[in-house]
Ligand binder design. Structure first.
Ligand code: AHR
Length: 322
């Protein structure tokens, strides 16, 4: 009898243990580390919100770090994610270079890596599971094409046109590629010249400061091409303070299509914005799930985006989500 009781006790204990483990496994949340660049622009804030919301909706345990636009902060966050043993790492690299070592550490730890929005200069595509974001070269080309067509529509296509350029963060994918794309179009139009070009680090404050310095030089400025809307909006302020009419005396082109750009276009102070969608959260969550299900994802997925000239702004503004 005693022996029977002992066997029953062992059986019950094993059953409790097995059921307990199964319940724990079912309850275990997917842990995701995300190293964000910072909060330098309205775009970035919308991108952060999109990722946080989608991860919360999916029930993920999201470890989110704001790198405050410093590469060393992002590298530290990535190393912390390795130490914590997260299931998947996501990040948006502030600049293209300098990631080799930390990405090798992520790969050695066997943690799948999703890169979103920005790019690195590491060769090959073995080091990450999937990349999602915008085609920055195409965005620059769209800005250039819009300008060429706009000048034609105003009968100014043969005029000498001076363009000032506000570049994004030095060494970042969108700053490099938006410049390249825009210049691809200018190549065929020698009368359109970039006369001044400087970084505004994708921020409104620097966009204003740098535009002030462009204006102080006293040269004729026909067009401002800003690598994002925040810098364009800062520059608009500087142009107004200099007694000029943005959108009329100077043609203003931005990138992102944030709400503020639509407001400026409705007010007649900005002429065009090229869309760059920050709403990557749902796609990021789907990628995490697919990777953990053992699926292979495309290495690159570009977002489909539009161009919004001033003429359509008032019809579109209410539908903008960021
Ligand atoms: O990488 C996307 C760019 O980064 C956006 O155009 C800009 O606003 C942001 O800071």
């Amino acid at each position: 009898m005693k022996r029977k009781c002992a066997v029953l006790l062992v059986f019950v204990s094993v059953l409790v243990l097995v059921l307990g483990c199964a319940a724990f496994a079912a309850d275990k949340k997917i842990v995701v580390g995300f190293a964000q660049i910072g909060a330098e622009s309205d775009w970035r804030v919308a991108n952060t919100n999109s990722i946080k919301q989608a991860c919360a909706d999916a029930g993920f345990d999201l470890r989110f770090v704001d790198g405050q636009q410093k590469q060393e902060n992002q590298i530290k966050a990535l190393r912390d994610f390795i130490t914590q043993g997260v299931d998947v790492i996501g990040f948006s690299p502030v600049v293209e270079s300098g990631w080799d070592e930390v990405i090798e550490e992520i790969n050695d730890a066997g943690i799948p890596l999703i890169i979103s929005d920005r790019t690195t200069d590491i060769e090959g595509d073995d080091y990450y599971a999937t990349w999602m974001g915008s085609n920055f070269i195409e965005e620059g080309e769209k800005a250039g094409k819009w300008l060429v067509e706009h000048l034609k529509s105003k009968g100014r296509d043969k005029d000498e046109i001076n363009i000032v350029e506000l570049q994004g963060t030095v060494g970042s994918g969108p700053a490099i590629d938006r410049k390249k794309g825009f210049e691809n179009i200018l190549k065929d139009h020698p009368n359109l010249k970039i006369t001044q070009s400087q970084t505004g680090d994708f921020t409104r404050d620097l966009g204003k400061t740098v535009m002030e310095s462009f204006l102080k030089k006293g040269d004729k400025i026909d067009v401002l091409y800003a690598h994002n809307d925040d810098m364009a909006l800062g520059a608009i302020q500087a142009i107004k303070e200099a007694g000029l009419k943005p959108g009329q005396d100077i043609i203003i082109i931005g990138v992102d299509a944030v709400k503020g750009a639509f407001e400026a276009m409705v007010a007649g102070e900005m002429n065009c914005t090229v869309e760059c969608s920050p709403l990557l959260g749902p796609q990021f969550v789907e990628a995490v799930k697919a990777i953990l299900d053992g699926k292979t994802l495309p290495k690159i997925t570009y977002t489909i985006e539009d161009v919004f000239p001033q003429e359509v702004a008032k019809d579109v503004i209410a539908s903008r989500q960021y």
